[in-house]
Every structure is written in C-alpha cells, then in structure tokens.
Design a binder for this molecule. Structure first.
Ligand code: ATP
Ligand code: MG
Ligand code: MG
Ligand code: MG
Length: 469
C-alpha cells in the first residue's frame, strides 16, 4: 500500500487521537518566549513549557505534526537520503500521563498494524542502562534480543544542561543491502542510509540537578518524534526523502525548469535536492513572518535562499527562478498548511525581491571568488584569508557558509576566525557611526513589511503594503 505523505500525516494524527490525544496544529517556526532556540527544530520544542510544568497543557496527551528547521544538517542535504533542513515531525506527547510501556506499544502498533511494515525489517535501539525498555521490547512486544541494540549516552540519552532528561529508544527500518555502504561492519548506527532511523521515543524520567544527580521525576513525560518524510520514504519504498510523492513533485518541477532530469547526474541531483529542500524552508519561514535580514532567523532565511540560488546557477539557471517554485510548494503543502495559501502572493513577492537582489552581485562575487581560488592555487595554498571572505559577504552578499561550500568543492578552507574579527569590526563601526552601514545588504528594504510580520491578520491588506515593494 503506497500511502502518500498527506495520508500518512493524517493516519498518524488520527491514530493518536484514537488513543486519547488532543490534536493540535503545527506551531509557528518562530519559538515563543524561548531565547535558547532560533527556530523550532522538533515537535517537543514548542511544548517545552508543558514539560517543565511552567504552563498547564490543554490535555495530558497531545499529538502534532510540527514543521521543523534544522540548519545544522545543511551540509548533509542532498547527499544523504534522509536529511533536509526543512522537514515535518510527527509526535505524540504525554505530560505526566502515560509512560514507557504505552509509548512503545503504541509506536509498535502504529508501525506494524496501521502501516503494516514487516517486523523482520524493524530494529530498535535503547539506552544501554535502560533495562526497563529492553524488557518491554523483548517480553511484551516480543522482539528478539538480537534486534534490540544498546547504545551509549551520545546516541540514546536526551539531555540539555540541567532539567528534565531521560533515555530514548529509536526505531529503524532496514532498507536492504543495496541501500547500504557495503562495509562489513555496517549495521545500526552506521551513517549510511541502509538502516534508516525514523522514530525517536524519549522517556523523560529524570530531573538533572546542578550537582549532576539524576533525580526520578514523580510524573515522567513522553516525547516522541517521527520524521514524516522518512516514514514516507520507507512506506513508498523510494530512495530518499526527495522521492516521496509530495517532495518529488517539487524536485521534478525544479528539474523541469532547469532542463535537468532528476536521476541522470549525481552532482546535478544534489543541486536539485538542495533547491527542493531549501525552497520549502524559505516558503514556510516567510509564511511564519520571517523576512530576510543579516541577523538571527532572517539570516538563516537569507542563507538558505542564497544557497539555493547558487545551486540554481550550477544547473544553468541564470534568471530568478525560486519564486516560480513557490506555487508548486504551496500546491503540495497547502491543504495541510492553509496559512501558505493565504499568504501565497506575499511569499512569492519576498522570494523574488531577495532573489533578484542577490542576482545583482552573485556573478561578480563568483568571478572574484574564482580569482581568489586561482591565486591560492598558484601560491600552493589552501586557506582563504578572512578579509577576503568578509569582502565577499560585505560587498557581494555571500554568506560565509556559501563561500565555504563553494571553496570546499575545490579543497580550500576559510580562515573563519579572521572573518569573524572583520565582521565584529564592522558591527562596532556601524554602532559608533549610528549611520547607515556601508554594507548594502544591511539596507533594510523589507522595513516597510515589518508591521505585517507582527500581525498576520493584515494579510488581506497586502496591497496597501505592497507599495514599499
Ligand atoms: P539522524 O541521526 O538521522 O540525523 P536524529 O537522531 O538527529 O536523526 P532526532 O533528533 O532523533 O533525529 O529527531 C527525531 C526524528 O526526526 C528522526 O528520527 C527523524 O525521523 C526525523 N529527522 C531528524 N532530523 C531530520 C532531518 N534533517 N530531515 C528529516 N527528518 C529528520
Ligand atoms: Mg541528526
Ligand atoms: Mg540519530
Ligand atoms: Mg535520533
């Protein structure tokens, strides 16, 4: 049975509703009252106040499908089968209600009964000291001991500093030898994509104090996260998250407008996937009220948009093209995320402005970067100095990670420390002069849109704001 991504999402949420969970819509990508996080990166992130007890949840059992951004995975996008910077995380949560046994049994029921995945291809990991989890998997579920892999703290224990923490158990699907690296030691935990991790069950049962003691929580919590694209990859028996129905629709469209057929050239495929991934992140971020800027969330948006634009160049797309993909993204995601449909014209407008802005300088920047590379090669060096990297940023709008990515392809590193010093110097200059910064990218042409950002109801009034565009 080939379930589409939209059907899978629904199947999951209604399954957990049938187990007494309250279904909530995805929260915004912008964290609320949480300075520790730039963008929501997991289903539990917006629910933190319920886990810590700071707020009372509307129900002790909640289920969501949460839009997520993980920029730390950016370099893996397109290269592995399983990483996007944008993805959706399905989750079921218990706030001091059910615990380990129910979480495991329901996960197993969903995977084997609802989705009917063959048991013989499923594996699980547990935290090495979590004998309770072992017993549940082995005695109650009936999974053979050989398929329950004990892992260390880095992999299977969830904690951030002090506060609630606990062991976790993850579910993997064996996609078969042909999807693996072929190394004899390949198995669970191997970074290749044969054994694909798709569901993480976190058992928040301790409170870590300042002395490092793990004190049992009187009412332990459950936090689970399953990547929707990953489970869809498994269910649809396709190569990667970019081949899943909804996502593939976008990948194919990018292929169409660039005249490059997906699946014919390895390098081009990476670019097609990067664009597919990044444009989704861009669309969702803008719809949540983020605008391109040189700081914080806005800079994440700018970075991924420019990275996508550059991959377009690699495919031979020399005119603005990203804004054209917005329609396709919204066509596929609009039913699940109506806010996208509502804000479609606005999103397109922002993408186009930002894209065209970068287009003005990208070619010059690339030419200069090529000169730098030649110079370095002639000198037998392989590190670009930070002043030059800063110039690329300041004059040509090249985010540092873009410069790094391009140089990496020819085996050159960047002196990032020096780059940061240059950046700091500029910030101090800007502050002391209090005038407009010399950096053309600092000029905030989106300033007139800031109002819209804070109250989204103003969308019907988009035309009145469009003047500033
Ligand atoms: P991996 O080891 O494959 O990088 P992870 O251990 O970092 O995954 P978790 O933090 O456990 O992932 O997140 C819970 C689930 O969210 C994962 O099991 C996976 O299904 C999904 N997920 C995590 N990162 C990504 C990503 N970059 N793209 C798509 N899905 C992801
Ligand atoms: Mg990861
Ligand atoms: Mg992992
Ligand atoms: Mg994990």
């Amino acid at each position: 049975e080939k379930l589409g991504m939209n059907e899978l999402r629904e199947k999951y949420l209604s399954f957990f509703e049938s187990k007494g969970h309250l279904r909530l819509p995805s929260f915004s990508l912008i964290p609320k009252n949480d300075k520790s996080l730039l963008l929501i990166n997991a289903g539990m992130a917006p629910l933190k106040p319920y886990f810590t007890g700071k707020e009372i949840p509307p129900s002790k059992r909640i289920t969501t499908c949460q839009k997520c951004i993980r920029t730390p995975d950016i370099e893996r996008v397109g290269k592995t089968a399983r990483h996007g910077t944008f993805f959706e995380m399905l989750g079921n949560f218990s706030f001091g209600d059910y615990f380990k046994k129910e979480a495991i049994l329901w996960a197993w029921e969903f995977v084997t009964k609802e989705l009917r995945l063959p048991e013989e291809r499923l594996w699980v990991t547990i935290y090495e000291k979590d004998d309770e989890a072992f017993e549940i998997w082995n005695k109650i579920v009936g999974l053979p001991a050989g398929k329950i892999v004990r892992m260390g703290k880095e992999d299977n224990f969830w904690e951030i500093g002090i506060g609630p923490c606990g062991p976790c158990s993850e579910i993997y699907f064996d996609r078969g030898e042909d999807k693996g690296c072929g190394k004899p030691e390949c198995g669970i935990g191997c970074d290749c994509d044969r054994f694909i991790e798709f569901w993480n069950l976190v058992f928040t049962q301790f409170n870590k104090d300042a002395e490092g003691n793990y004190n049992p929580l009187p009412n332990p919590n459950i936090d689970t996260g399953m990547g929707l694209e990953r489970i869809a990859t498994v269910m649809q028996d396709v190569d990667s998250i970019f081949d899943v129905d909804v996502v593939r629709g976008i990948t194919d469209f990018v292929g169409k407008i660039s005249g490059v057929k997906y699946g014919t050239d390895k390098k081009a495929d990476i670019s097609l996937r990067v664009i597919t991934d990044h444009i989704r992140g861009v669309v969702f971020m803008i719809s949540d009220g983020i605008l391109p800027s040189n700081e914080g969330r806005g800079y994440v948006l700018r970075r991924i948009l420019r990275r996508a634009a550059r991959h377009g160049k690699l495919l031979g797309l020399n005119e603005a093209f990203l804004y054209k993909i917005v329609d396709v993204v919204i066509k596929h995601y609009g039913d699940a995320y109506p806010e996208l449909v509502e804000r479609k014209d606005y999103i397109k407008k922002i993408v186009k402005i930002e894209e065209e802005r970068f287009k003005e300088t990208i070619d010059q920047g690339l030419n200069i970067l090529n000169l730098y590379v030649e110079e370095l090669k002639n000198q037998g060096e392989n590190i670009l100095d930070g002043v030059k990297a800063f110039k690329l940023y300041d004059t040509y709008g090249f985010p540092i990670d873009l410069t790094k990515e391009i140089l990496q392809e020819v085996g050159i590193d960047v002196d990032e420390e020096e780059y940061k010093r240059e950046l700091d110097k500029q910030r101090i200059r800007a502050r002391s002069s209090r005038k407009e910064d010399s950096n053309i990218w600092e000029k905030d042409i989106y300033a007139g849109l800031k109002d819209i950002k804070t109250h989204f109801v103003g969308y019907n009034n988009i035309e009145t704001h469009s003047k500033v565009l």
